[in-house]
Ligand binder design. Structure first.
Ligand SMILES: [Zn+2]
Length: 284
C-alpha cells in the first residue's frame, strides 16, 4: 500500500492553503503564517527512493563500509538517550543498517527496527543480526508497543510528518519517550550556505524543521517536549575526521555561533528533541 502525498501548497503544520511562498529560488516553500518550510517538488515515495544506490552513492558515501563511523554516531545518540531513559522496549523508525539498534541492544534495551529500504533491512538483519521489520513505520508501528520510539533523520523524509507522529504516539506507552533528530533549516550553516547546505537535498528531504516548528508539531500531535538543543555536524565525526576538517567547518561554525561549543540552543546543523507522550485528548 502506498502512502498518499500531500498537496505541496498546503502547510503540513498549520494546515492553511495558499499561504506558502517560494523560498530558495523556488526549491522550497515557506508558510507565511507559521514559518514551516517544505520541498516544492518532492522526489518519489520512500519505498522507491531508498534502494541500494542511496546507501552506496546518492545519500551516503558507502554507508555499509563505514561501520566505525556508524558505531561512533550510534554511541553518541545512545549516550544522549540514556541520559534521560532507562533500558526498556525501544522501536527505531528508519533504522537504516541497524547500528543504533546494535548499540541499544548491547546496552540492555529490547530494540526493534522498522525500515522501508529493502537493502538496509537485509544488511541490518544479516550483517548485524538485529531484528528489523521491512515496511513503512506508519503501517507497522501501530501493531507494536514501545516505551521509546527513536527516529534519527527520518521525519524530514516521510510522506506526512503528522501521520508519522500520530503512529509514534499510538505505539508508545503512556509517558513513553520520543527521540528525534532532524536537520535544522534555521542553523547557521543553512543560512550561510543556501543551496549548498547539504541537507536541502530536495530529492530526499520533503520537510525542513526549525526548533520552533518541530516543537509546535510535536505539541499538536500529543507530545510534551522535555528537552531540545542543536549540535554542529562535527559532533558526530570521529575525532580524527574532526581534526582533518577543522579549518573548513569549525572556523565557519565558530564565526556563526561565536562559541567553540559543539552544541548550541538553536544554531547547530542538527536539531534534537526528547519528548514524552502526553495525556489523551490533546492530539491534533
Ligand atoms: Zn503554516
Amino acid at each position: 500500500m502506498k502512502l498518499k502525498h500531500d498537496a505541496p501548497t498546503t502547510c503540513a503544520l498549520c494546515g492553511r492553503d495558499d499561504r506558502s511562498r517560494p523560498a530558495l529560488d523556488g526549491v522550497l516553500r515557506r508558510c507565511a503564517d507559521c514559518g514551516f518550510v517544505w520541498t516544492a517538488e518532492p522526489g518519489p515515495p520512500p519505498d522507491e527512493l531508498y534502494d541500494e544506490a542511496y546507501y552506496l552513492t546518492d545519500g551516503y558515501q558507502d554507508y555499509f563500509a563505514s561501520s566505525r563511523q556508524r558505531r561512533f554516531e550510534a554511541g553518541r545518540r545512545l549516550r544522549w538517550l540514556s541520559s534521560i531513559t532507562r533500558p526498556s522496549v525501544l522501536v527505531e523508525a528508519g533504522c537504516a543498517g541497524g547500528y543504533f539498534l546494535e548499540a541499544a541492544r548491547n546496552a540492555g534495551y529490547t530494540a526493534t527496527g522498522i525500515e522501508v529500504s529493502h537493502a538496509a533491512t537485509t544488511y541490518a538483519t544479516q550483517h548485524l543480526g538485529v531484528p528489523v521489520r521491512h515496511g513503512y513505520f506508519e503501517h507497522i508501528a501501530p501493531t507494536l508497543h514501545a516505551d521509546i520510539v527513536c527516529a534519527f533523520h527520518v521525519l524530514e523524509h516521510v510522506d506526512n510528518p503528522r501521520t508519522f507522529l500520530h503512529a509514534a504516539r499510538h505505539t508508545l506507552t503512556p509517558g513513553g519517550w520520543l527521540a528525534l533528530e532532524v536537520p535544522n533549516i534555521a542553523s547557521a550553516a543553512a543560512t550561510r550556505l543556501g543551496h549548498h547546505w547539504p541537507a536541502v537535498a530536495p530529492r530526499y528531504h520533503r520537510w525542513h524543521f526549525t526548533p520552533d516548528t518541530l516543537r509546535r508539531m510535536l505539541r499538536e500531535t500529543g507530545f510534551e517536549v522535555v528537552a531540545h538543543d542543536t549540535v554542529f555536524s562535527r559532533f558526530y565525526w570521529r575525532p580524527l575526521a574532526r581534526i582533518r576538517h577543522a579549518r573548513g567547518l569549525l572556523v565557519a561554525d565558530l564565526a556563526a555561533s561565536r562559541s567553540p561549543r559543539i552544541r548550541h540552543p538553536h544554531l547547530g546543523d542538527l536539531l534534537r528533541v526528547l519528548a514524552r507522550r502526553g495525556p489523551a485528548g490533546v492530539t491534533g
